[in-house]
Each structure stands twice: as structure tokens, then as C-alpha cells.
Design a protein around this ligand. Structure first.
Ligand SMILES: [Zn+2]
Length: 258
């Protein structure tokens, strides 16, 4: 860690110590952990992807039901990035922490499936996933593998092989409820943990933004690793505003080697 300032090494050590002292640590991750993998934030403008149609106007259940062609046309650049994305050093560092017993569960707001692809277990995808699709007529669920590639090549909405209905990615759109069972587990996990490591989320999307409060209410400590300020920073033991693909591996390394 020679290229890091002494102050930064000190705060990384502080974070590592909190992880080592914890018995039930959970990670809460957001878009910031996947931007180093080339995936823009699904819900925020600024990437240039959303200049034609703001996501609020297109990524909604209403648009999907009445104009699926429009929805799938809008999704195309994101889908292209998703199929080509690979887990980065931060995802892999969490796998190492989890394998070594320092991390129980990962609650993620991301739909990219990168935690699971990296090898993490017990991942709660509270905003759904692009890894599966469901037919809006017969509700058959199918893996996205193959179907997404086909859609990316032709840019036409995918159809159910059983009934011909349109397949919808299992991501939570605007106007849609969060997946109930997953959300209940995420709430329970947040209440039971003794450490929550918040990574790459500015905690602006409700209700996920409330999870750290549930953790705090039950005596957990917080680590916040995010490029930008969050509302919960003042309640955290450690706050590091930096590139998470750089910081998370450094913290994991210190946990696993010291
Ligand atoms: Zn069907």
C-alpha cells in the first residue's frame, strides 16, 4: 500500500478491524460497485444513455404493458452493456470476504447479476434481476441466457415459447412493487446484522435507503464506501469517499492478511 497516504491506510485499517470484530456483517451495494464494470446507473441520468428518454418515462410498468417495443428499444444500450460486463475487483473482494466467513449476505440494488457471477452466495437482489425474464401472460419464468443475446441482435421484444406472450425482464420497474420475499429478507438481515458495509450507493432510492437505519436501530455499526456523500455518513464509524474498485479490495486484503 505504498502509494496510499498514511491517513488512507489508517482508515482502511479501521474498516478492516470493524469487519474482523463483527459476527454478522452484511453488504449493501448499489450502482457504484458496477460502474467500474462499465454499467451505467439504471436510475440516474448523466451517462448519456438516457438523453432521448428519461428512465422514469420509459422504465415503467405502464410503458412496458402498452408499448413494449418502446421499452425494449430504450433498454437496448443498457442490455448490451450488461451482457458484456464482467465482475470487477470490488465484487471479487466481497467473494473473498464471504468465503472467509467475514460477510453473511449481500443486499444489492443492482440488476446486473454481477455479485452472483463473481461467485457470491446469499445475494438479495431487491430491485430484481436481468438474469431471468417472466411471461406477462402465463407467468412462466425463463433464464435470460440466449434470450438477451437474441434480443440484442434483433432489438425486438422477446416472446414466450409456450404462449407467445411478451417476456418482461425480472427487474423492478417504476410503479412496480419490490419482490416481497426478497425485501422481507433484506429487512430482517439488516435488523440482525452487527455491521453493514454500504458500497457504491448514495442511498437515494427508497425503500432500500432505509436499510442502514434498521441496522443502526439494532445496534449495528456502519462503513460507507462511496464516491459521493450519503445522508447516513454522519452515523457511520468509517466513511471513505473513493473508487470502490480500489478501496474494497484493499480493505479485504487487510482483513485477510493481518
Ligand atoms: Zn407465456
Amino acid at each position: 500500500m505504498s502509494n496510499l497516504s498514511k491517513a488512507k491506510v489508517k482508515i482502511i485499517r479501521l474498516a478492516a478491524n470493524l469487519i474482523k470484530e463483527s459476527h454478522h456483517a452484511v453488504a449493501l451495494t448499489g450502482a457504484g460497485i458496477s460502474t467500474p464494470s462499465g454499467i451505467p446507473d439504471f436510475r440516474s441520468p448523466g451517462s448519456g444513455l438516457w438523453t432521448r428518454y428519461p428512465p422514469m418515462q420509459v422504465a415503467s410498468l405502464t410503458v412496458f404493458r402498452y408499448d413494449p417495443e418502446h421499452f425494449y428499444e430504450w433498454l437496448h444500450p443498457l442490455a448490451l452493456k450488461l451482457v458484456n460486463a464482467k465482475p470487477n475487483a470490488a465484487h471479487l473482494a466481497l467473494v473473498k470476504l464471504q468465503s472467509a466467513g467475514y460477510l453473511d449476505t449481500i443486499i444489492t440494488q443492482n440488476i446486473d447479476g454481477l455479485h452472483t457471477r463473481a461467485g457470491s452466495k446469499d445475494v438479495l437482489e431487491v430491485h430484481g434481476t436481468m438474469s431471468t425474464l417472466t411471461c406477462i401472460d402465463c407467468f412462466k419464468q425463463v433464464p435470460a441466457e440466449g434470450i438477451l443475446q437474441e434480443y440484442i441482435s434483433h432489438c425486438t421484444p422477446p416472446h414466450c415459447q409456450d404462449c407467445g406472450g411478451i417476456l418482461k425482464p425480472d427487474v423492478i420497474l417504476y410503479e412496480e412493487q419490490l419482490p416481497v420475499k426478497t425485501w422481507i429478507k433484506a429487512e430482517e438481515t439488516s435488523r440482525k446484522c452487527d455491521l453493514m458495509i454500504i458500497i457504491g450507493t448514495s442511498l437515494e432510492v427508497m425503500p432500500s435507503a432505509k436499510l442502514p437505519v434498521y441496522a443502526l436501530e439494532h445496534g449495528a455499526r456502519l462503513i460507507v464506501l462511496n464516491r459521493f456523500e450519503t445522508y447516513i455518513d454522519v452515523r457511520a464509524e468509517v466513511v471513505i469517499r473513493d473508487d470502490v474498485a480500489e478501496i474494497v479490495p484493499r480493505i479485504a486484503e487487510m482483513v485477510l492478511t493481518s
